[in-house]
Write a protein that binds this ligand. Structure first.
Ligand code: ZN
Length: 240
């Protein structure tokens, strides 16, 4: 089996990451968003593998305010969201925000999910490592549920994911990544409801799953995307 077989079996709508960002820009540009009147916010995993996507977003929108945390979870809270919004340019009295939020997964040359061969390391490593660590903890049947002050981001990740699992279930990594996607999308919408005033601000929201494949190539499975202008929500077509 090859990575292509695995990629298009599980994520048939996946597109190269450049295309994902270009389509998001085109969709927002039609609604009056430009690099000089909008600011982009990005929530991806801390893993260096996610940075090429951030680079494409920065080349498109200018420097981004990073929301990132382990697994791509949104842990910055209201203070973080409000601070980010205050960095937006104001044009004709309005602010424009562009949110990107995506968990990630890797596929190796043999088509195996969660495996990535990093330069300078003999053994393969897990991607996303935070999700794999949680999966191993579920398998061990000795889950630490209390918030660990020495492991805050992973504690938040576990709490969110557990809320979506049936007791005793240990999902495979692709399923767990899809659950992480749902958690991140719902949390993003909740934080936007708590912090954005749609009478003053327009925004676009782009979610999905980042997929790293061999030879430094990166795809995105596009999830829910929409734009809110003057308080009205418009769903964007799946960006195939
Ligand atoms: Zn990760």
């Amino acid at each position: 089996m090859s990575w292509q077989t695995s990629l298009f079996r599980e994520f048939p709508e996946a597109v190269p990451q450049d295309q994902f960002v270009a389509r998001s820009y085109e969709a927002l540009h039609q609604q009056g968003f430009r690099a000089d009147n909008a600011i982009a916010f990005v929530s991806v995993c801390r893993d260096e593998l996610t940075m090429p996507l951030v680079d494409v977003i920065e080349n498109t929108w200018g420097e981004v305010f990073m929301f990132s945390s382990l697994g791509g979870m949104l842990t910055l809270g209201k203070t973080g969201f409000l601070a980010a919004h205050r960095h937006a340019p104001i044009e004709d009295g309005r602010e424009r925000y562009v949110y990107y939020a995506l968990p990630h997964i890797a596929i190796d040359a043999r088509g195996e999910f969660g495996v990535y061969h990093r330069p300078g390391r003999r053994d393969a490593s897990h991607t996303c490592g935070a999700l794999v660590a949680f999966q191993q903890e579920l398998e061990s049947k000795s889950l630490q549920l209390a918030v660990d002050p020495d492991d805050l981001e992973q504690s938040v990740l576990k709490r969110h994911l557990l809320g979506k699992l049936r007791y005793g279930d240990v999902p495979d990594l692709v399923s767990l990544t899809r659950i992480a996607y749902t958690v991140i999308f719902e949390e993003l919408e909740r934080m936007i409801r708590l912090t954005v005033d749609p009478t003053r601000s327009d925004y676009g929201l782009f979610t999905g799953i980042q997929i790293h494949v061999p030879e430094g190539r990166h795809f995105v499975w596009p999830g829910t995307a929409y734009v809110v202008v003057d308080g009205k929500q418009m769903t964007l077509p799946k960006m195939e």
